[in-house]
Design a protein around this ligand. Structure first.
Ligand code: B12
Length: 433
C-alpha cells in the first residue's frame, strides 16, 4: 500500500498520503487529512496524544457528515439520534481504516469521538487527551467558526470528527486552510438559549455545559445529590418533574442526550448549506432559526449567571435552576475552576487582587487579579493584594465547596485572612453556586 512499505513494520518507510486518503474515503470517511506528531500547533495536545499512544508518529483526521435536517429539527430526540448514529458510524470507519493499515504492519489507536473520557480527572483537569478539532484544523479539514465548531468548506459544521493515531510516517502532510468558512452571520450567537456563544468566538463553557449537557456527568451529579438529599418523595418531586426523571432515564438507557446544539443547527456556512441561506436569509431565519428560538422548553441555569438573564429575556424559555457541576477536589482544580466557575456578571465593575498561600497537602501560591470584568491567575505572589488568604489547602477546598464555614476554619487556625472580611464575602459571592 505504501512506497516500499514492508509488511514488517512502518517506522522506516513512509506511507503514501495519496493511498491513505483513498483508504479513508473507501471505508466511508467524507474527508481526511494527515498531521505529523511534531506539528507546533499540536503542542498543547502532544502530551495527551502520547499518553494514549506513545508510538504516535502521525495522526489521521477524518470526518463524517451528519444529516443536517435531523440536527435542525426542533424535537431534540431527532437531532440526538443523528449525533449518536453518526458517532457510532465514524468510530466504525476509523476501525476499518486501522484494520486495513494493520495488514501492512501499521499499528495505532483510535481514541473515542467524545465520551467516554477520563473521569478520574474530573473536575480538576481536562478529561480528554486529544482535541479532534485541533487535529482537523491542522489537517486542513476546516476552521473553527464563531460557534467553536469546525466548519468544513463543503459540508459546513454538520460533521463529526475522529482521529487515528498511527506509528508510521507519511510522505506528505496537510496544512490548515488559508481561509475560514465561517461567514460571521452570528445566527449561532442569537439562537443559543443560554448565550454561551459570544460574538468574538469566546465560548461560555459553563453555560453550555450546564444546560446542553444537563444529562451528562455534571448534571447527573446534581441530579443524584438532589435525589439523596430529598427527605421524601414529595421533596424529590418538588425538585424534579416527572418529565425530567423520565428524560434522565432515557439518557442513561439510550446514550446521553444533548438539550440544544442550536449553534450547530443554524450554521449556514459551507458550500452545501450556504445555498439554503444566501438567496433568502429571511426565509432561512423563519424556517431554521425561529422554531428553535421560539420553542417552549426548560433551560438549565445557575442562579445569578449571565445565562440566567439570557433565558429571562426569552419568554418561550423557562429557567430551571441547578447547582454548579464544578466542585474542585484540589487547589490546582480550584485555580482551573476559577476560570470557568466564576460568575462574569458578578465581577463586572470590580477591581481586586487576591494573594493565596496554601499549605498542608498542597503547597501552592497564586495571585488572582480581577479588573475590567476579566480574571487573571498567575503562579506565585505577584504585586500588591487587597486580600490575602493563607489557608490549609484541604480546608480551603471544603470552604469553596460549601462544606466548611470560613469562620469555623478561622477559629481552628486553618484559615487566616489579611484584608477586610467584607472583601472575603464579596469574593465568595463571585462563585456561581
Ligand atoms: C470538551 C468538549 C465540549 C465542551 C467544550 C466545547 C469546546 N468548544 O471546547 C462542551 C461540553 C461545551 C461541548 C459542546 C459541544 N460539542 Co463538544 N467536545 C468536546 C471535546 C471533548 C473536546 C473539545 C476541545 O477540543 N476543546 C478545546 C478547544 C480546542 O476548544 P475551544 O473551542 O477553543 O473552546 C475552549 C476555549 O474557547 C476555552 N475558552 C472559553 N472562553 C475562553 C476565553 C479565552 C480568552 C480563552 C483563551 C479560551 C476560552 O474554553 C473552551 C472549552 O475548553 C470534543 C471531543 C474531542 N475529544 O475532541 C467534542 C467536540 C468538540 N464536540 C462536538 C460537538 C458536536 C459538540 C456539540 C455540538 C454537542 C451538541 N450536540 O450539542 C456542542 C457544541 C458547543 C460549542 N459550540 O462548542 C464535536 C465538534 C464537531 C465539529 N463540527 O466541530 C467534537 C469534536 C466531537 C467530535 N468528535 O466530533 N463540547
Amino acid at each position: 500500500m505504501s512506497n516500499n512499505q514492508s509488511s514488517q513494520g512502518s517506522t522506516t518507510n513512509k506511507l503514501s498520503a495519496e493511498l491513505m486518503r483513498e483508504i479513508c474515503l473507501e471505508e466511508g470517511a467524507d474527508d481526511s487529512g494527515f498531521v505529523e506528531i511534531e506539528r507546533k500547533a499540536l503542542e498543547s495536545d502532544r502530551e495527551g496524544i502520547l499518553r494514549i499512544y506513545p508510538k504516535t508518529r502521525s495522526i489521521i483526521s477524518i470526518i463524517r457528515v451528519m444529516n443536517r435536517e435531523n440536527v435542525q429539527s426542533p424535537p431534540r430526540y431527532i437531532a440526538n439520534t443523528e449525533f449518536h448514529l453518526t458517532s457510532e458510524k465514524i468510530s466504525e470507519i476509523s476501525r476499518k481504516i486501522l484494520r486495513r493499515l494493520n495488514k501492512h504492519g501499521v499499528r495505532g489507536v483510535i481514541p473515542p469521538v467524545g465520551f467516554p473520557m477520563d473521569m478520574n480527572r474530573w473536575p480538576d483537569k481536562k478529561i480528554w487527551d486529544i482535541s479532534h478539532k485541533l487535529v482537523a484544523v491542522q489537517a486542513g479539514l476546516g476552521h473553527m467558526g464563531i460557534n467553536r465548531n469546525v466548519i468544513h468548506p463543503k459540508y459546513g459544521n454538520f460533521i463529526l470528527l475522529d482521529s487515528i493515531l498511527i506509528d508510521a510516517e507519511l510522505d506528505r502532510y496537510n496544512q490548515p486552510l488559508d481561509y475560514n468558512p465561517c461567514i460571521g452571520c452570528q445566527l449561532c450567537v442569537s439562537v443559543c438559549p443560554v448565550g454561551a456563544i459570544h460574538p468574538d468566538g469566546k465560548l461560555d463553557f459553563l453555560a453550555c455545559f450546564t444546560h446542553n449537557y444537563r444529562e451528562f456527568n455534571g448534571g447527573f451529579q446534581d441530579w443524584v445529590e438532589g435525589l439523596v438529599s430529598s427527605k421524601d418523595i414529595k421533596e424529590y418531586r418538588s425538585k424534579f418533574r416527572d418529565s425530567e426523571t423520565a428524560s434522565m432515564w432515557q439518557s442513561l438507557s439510550t446514550g446521553a442526550n444533548y438539550k440544544s446544539a442550536y449553534c450547530m443547527a443554524v450554521c449556514p456556512a459551507g458550500e452545501d448549506v450556504l445555498y439554503t441561506y444566501i438567496p433568502n436569509r429571511k426565509k432561512y431565519v423563519e424556517q431554521i432559526v425561529k422554531p428553535l428560538r421560539e420553542k417552549d422548553e426548560p433551560i438549565y441555569v445557575i442562579q445569578g449567571t449571565r445565562a440566567e438573564s439570557v433565558v429571562k429575556r426569552n419568554h418561550n424559555k423557562e429557567a430551571r435552576y441547578v447547582h454548579t457541576p464544578y466542585r474542585p477536589t484540589s487547589i490546582s482544580g480550584f485555580l482551573n475552576a476559577l476560570n470557568i466557575g466564576i460568575n462574569p456578571e458578578k465581577i463586572k465593575g470590580i477591581t481586586m487582587a487576591v494573594h493565596f498561600k496554601f499549605v498542608g497537602k498542597e503547597e501552592v501560591s497564586a495571585t488572582l487579579v480581577i479588573s475590567d470584568g476579566k480574571l487573571q491567575i498567575q503562579e506565585g505572589i505577584v504585586g500588591n493584594a487587597d486580600l490575602r488568604v493563607h489557608s490549609d489547602s484541604q480546608s480551603w477546598i471544603q470552604i469553596v465547596n460549601g462544606e466548611m464555614q470560613p469562620a469555623a476554619a478561622m477559629m481552628s487556625g486553618k484559615l487566616k485572612i489579611d484584608g477586610s472580611h467584607e472583601l472575603l464575602q464579596q469574593f465568595q459571592q463571585f462563585f456561581s453556586t
